[in-house]
Design a protein. Sequence first.
Lengths: 181, 401
Amino acid sequence: LPDAEGGDELERLLADRGPQLLRTAVLLTGSQQDGEDLLQAALERLLRRRRKLEGSPEAYLRRVMYNLAADGWRRNGAWRRKLPLVRAGQAWDMPDVMAAIDLRDALVRTLHQLPPGQRAVIVLRYWEQLTEAEIADVLGCTDGTVKAAASRGLKRMRELAGPWLTAEANLAGPNPHGGQP
Amino acid sequence: MSTELEGLVTDSMRQYAEEVTIPVGLTGMAARARQRDRRRRAIRGAVTASTAAGAATGIAVAMLVSSAVPSRGAGTALKHSRHGGSSVATAHPHPIAVPASLTAAQFLNSAAAAMAHLTAVSPLSGQYVYSENVTPGSDWSKEWLSANGTEPGLMEDSTSLPPGYAFTEPPCTVAQAEVTGCYVAAGYLPSLPVHADAVLAYLAKLDLAAASPPYPDEPANWMANDLGKAVGQLMSTTYLLPAQQSAIFRLLARTPGFQIVRSADAPGGRPGVGIYWSYQGGGAMIILDPATYAFLGFGTWPAGSQPVLTGQNVTAPDGSALTAMATVNALPPHHSFSQTPTTLIRQVRQWAVRTHLHGTVIQDLTAYLRAVLHLSPAKIHMMLSKLSIAHHSSKAVGAHA
C-alpha cells in the first residue's frame, strides 16, 4: 500500500475483497451495523500504519479485525473499545419467532453470546477454516490458548443451543421421516 | 457429536454470511477512513499543542463542561453527585501532595475508609442516571441509563453523531444479564455488594471481570487489568453508592498489580492520583481525586507505549474523564439513530415509496450525512435526488410534509 492517501488502492481492495471482509466482520460482531463499523475501524488502522506496513493489506485488515474483535472492540468510547463486545442491539435484533426455531439461526446467535476472544477463535476456525497454529499467529497468542478457547466456545455453544440441538436430533432420529418437511 | 456440531457451526456461519447485505457504496468506506485519518491527525496535533500549554487545561475543562452539559437532559431533575457535592467537578488549583512512600494499596484503603462514612440518595427505579465523559481530544460522550435497566437508554457522542442524535442502548437488567448474557444497561446497581469479598463474584457474574484466569496461560496482571477496566467502566457511567465504592476500593487494594501514580492528570487536566497497571505492553490508570477520592476518569496507553513512572506528573494519551453525573427523571428529546447511513437510506427509500415523507426524516438524514460523513450539501442533494426525494431535500429541511 504505497500511498493510500493519494491512490485508489483501498477502493480497489474493497471492490475486490470488501464483501468477504464485511461478511467476516458481521460474523464477528453479530450485526450488520457493528460489522460495518468494525471494518471501518480496521480501514482507519490500516491508514495509520500505511507507512510501516509490510505484506498484504488484506491480510493486515483481516488481522486487525480479528484482534479488535477479540480485544473487545466496541462502537463507542475509548474505554468501551477495550471492553468485551457486548452484543449491541441483541435484545432488539432478535429474529422473529419463526426464525428463532431454526437451529442454524440459533447457533449463530449463540456465537454472539460467547466472550469476544472465544468468538474470534470460533470464526477463524470454522468460517476461515484456519488451523490452531494459524489462528494463534493471527491473534498473537499461543496454540494452547486457541485450543482452550475453541473447546470452551464450542462447549458453550452446545449448552446455549441445547434445545435446538435436541429438537434437530429428534427430527433426524428414530423416525426416518421425521426430518422431512 | 463434536464433529457434528462443528459441521453445523460451519454451515450456520456460511448461511449467515450469505445473508449479509453488501452495501452498494462499500468502497466509499475508504474515503471515509481517509477523512477520519486526516481529522485524527489534525486533532492529535492540537492536543499535543494544548498539553504543552499546561496550566491552561483547568480552564479548558470548565468551558467543556458548560458547553457540553445539555440543559434539556441534566437540568430537568434533582441532581446529585455521588459525593454530595456539585455534580460537575472543577479543577483544583492546588493539588494535595501525596506522600512519596504511599503505596497503591494504602491509598485505596484510605479511599475505602473515607467512602464508608458517606451516605447518598439512591436513584428511583423510574429515573435515569446521566453521565458525561470527555476524552483528551475534547470528544465527549453522554449516556442516560435507566436506573434499573428496564428501559432503553441513550448514548450521544461527538465522534459518531451530530448533536441531538443518539444511539439507543437496549434495556438489560442485572437479572436478564445473568440469564441471557446481555450487557447490563442499568445506571444503578443496588445488588452490587458492599463487601469486598463479594464484589468480585458479582462482577464475574455480569461478565465484567473474571474471578479466575480465563485461560491457563493468561499474562501476568490479568486480574488487575480485568478489575481495573470493570471499575473504570462502572464508575464512568454507573451511579455507585459510597459503600459500594468503598468495597470496590478495598478489592482493588488487595489485588496485586496496581501501582500508585502520585500526580496524574485526568483528560481535561484535573489533577488526581492514578492507580496504574500495565498489561501486555500497554498501560492504564484509574484517576481519583486525592482529597475526596472521587473518580475523575481514566487514562490508557496503547500496547508498546507504557509510561515510565518516575514520580513526575503523568498524563495518558488516551482515556476519558467523568465531567458530570446526575439522576434525571426522563430522557432528553432526541432523534434515535441505530442505523448506519446505508440502512438509513434504504429505510428512507422504503418510507418515501410507502408514505408521505416527513420533513424530519430528511432533516435526520441530511444532518447525518453532513456531520458524520462530511458530505457537501451538493453531494447530499445529489444523493437525495437519486432517492427521488429531491424536492423535499435541502430546501425543505425543517419543513413539514
